[in-house]
Design a protein around this ligand. Sequence first.
Ligand code: PLP
Length: 396
Amino acid sequence: MEDKFSDRKFGTRVVWSGTNHMEGSPITPIFTTSTYKLSDDRYKKWKETGGHHTLTYSRYSSINSEAVSAKVAALEGADDGETFGSGMAAISTTLLSQLSQGDHIVTSADIYGGTYALMTSELPRLGIGVSMADLRDPSSFEAAINENTKVLYVETITNPTLKVCDIVEMAKIAKNHGLISIVDNTFATPWACRPLEMGFDLVIHSGTKFLNGHTDLTAGIVVGRGDLIKSVFNLKKSLGGAADPQMCYLLERGMRTLHARMPIHASNAAELAMRLKDHPAITSVNHPSLPNDPDHDVASRVVPRGTGMLSFSVKGGDQAALDFVRELEIVFEATSLGGVESLVQCPFNTSHMFVPEDVRLEAGILPGFVRMSVGIENVEDLWYDLDQALISSQSQ
Ligand SMILES: Cc1ncc(COP(=O)(O)O)c(C=O)c1O
């Protein structure tokens, strides 16, 4: 996808790349039609492209989905991109476009619960083999590769334990073995990490999260190598996980402030992590900005600007964690993440409810575990809220 702002800095591209300035509009207008008038030219283009980037029907593409795909492709440094109605639609369509019966994928148990369910239930049901390796040990991924392996799949920063993947090493392993490398970059965003520049083939986002930033839609995007995106598009037409124009309009609007929001998310999260680690009601804190975090060194190479996600364990186990979140006055207990408002959830009864307990413990989701999506509120107000909720819940 052509980006006439490709020589400009990230903040300029966030605002301008991909936007369709039709009729002199500084923003892409919402274009809600589900179909487009056919003409000889359109028929010809449809035949040549299979409908890819051709305005024929909104399940294929729309003016607004094209703008979103082009903006994310520009920010990630990709040839091309496709937009979906949810992150899971992007993940499932992308994986199924690259894997067939008898193929094999190497991933890690440290992934979003919905992706874990796809990997452990749906892919095996279709005759696709799945191996789970240790995210902190790239050589274990290499050891799990067999003659049927086609795809290597990881998350840049894992949900919810915030392990940081050595993207550079993983890309090298995938290249050496001729695998397609796919990374979910939702927690990092292209503000913090651009995996395509580090050798990955495809980058996926749940646009529902930081890219949109306002907790008012669900979306998914995949960007990367042009030939792979074309095959993703071909399957998207059949599976039908398209994004509707109204949602794409909102997502594009949200994305235009990504570089303004992310530094506040990241600095608030780093500050809260530092304070929580010394709190008597907290038994452990996960945040790669902490000097003694096991992934601090990898993070300084892969995501040096940090992340707005944070997780920690409350003294007293899962019930104590639930008591704590119910005492919060500002922060909401809700699933999802990446919005301007702070949200907390306990993975054992939300995002990772269907992940077996032994797998959760092995991945570091300890008793009392809380995941926090740190918003852009005043950090002293956030600290007040966490501290008062910890004190009152522990005295119950
Ligand atoms: C890291 C990550 N990837 C993908 C998804 C799925 O995205 P969606 O909920 O938009 O389908 C989520 C959802 O929480 C997520 O946290």
